[in-house]
Design a protein around this ligand. Structure first.
Ligand code: CU
Ligand code: ZN
Length: 187
């Protein structure tokens, strides 16, 4: 009997051994680089209030920082306010369809970074040369491109460029005058 048991045992081991060999190894490590992906968004600005001001802006989000690189043409020489406004609606001829300054944190209007407060859309002023060209590079970790934080997400807002200069004190607009260019921040 002992011998029979031994034969059965050896046979069972041999069969299970064969099965194990046939089993494929699928535990290859999966790459998890998706979380570190770079988000990029390019928008175009269109002229408003019968101006000639147009341009393009590239937003890039990388490792929690959003950078904005804007280049504009058709401006009058000198400084012009540039803000993020509430709505990505540039349909009205005066650009007022974009609403007021984007201000999700209910702060007073001001200069970016001011301790008295500032809107999340208070980018500031850009300076146009004698040819009417202007460019600006701006970066902040207070924005995001399409995240769940409503106080940071710039998607659904608009970039507005004004004829006048932002004085950083007049509430709630900075007394920047009419809107000469508008671009919806949409994907
Ligand atoms: Cu504005
Ligand atoms: Zn403002």
């Amino acid at each position: 009997m002992k011998i029979l048991y031994l034969i059965v045992l050896v046979t069972l081991l041999a069969v299970s051994g064969c099965k194990k060999e046939k089993k494929e190894h699928t535990d290859i490590k999966k790459e998890t680089s998706a979380e570190n992906s770079v988000k990029k968004l390019e928008i175009n600005l269109v002229a408003k209030n019968e101006s000639d001001v147009s341009g393009s802006i590239i937003f890039i989000e990388e490792e929690g920082m959003v950078s904005m690189e804007a280049s504009l043409t058709g401006l009058s020489e000198g400084e012009h306010a540039i803000h993020i406004h509430e709505k990505s609606d540039c349909s009205s001829p005066d650009g007022k369809s974009a609403g007021g300054h984007w201000n999700p944190t209910k702060q007073p209007h001001g200069k970016w970074g001011a301790k008295e407060g500032f809107h999340k859309g208070d980018i500031g002023n850009i300076k146009a040369d004698s040819e009417g060209n202007a460019s600006i590079i701006f970066a902040t970790n207070d924005w995001c491109i399409g995240c769940d934080d409503k106080k940071k997400n710039i998607i659904g807002r608009a970039i507005i460029v004004h004829q006048g200069v932002d004085d950083f004190t007049t509430q709630p607009t900075g007394a920047a005058g009419s809107r000469v260019s508008c671009g919806g921040i949409i994907q």
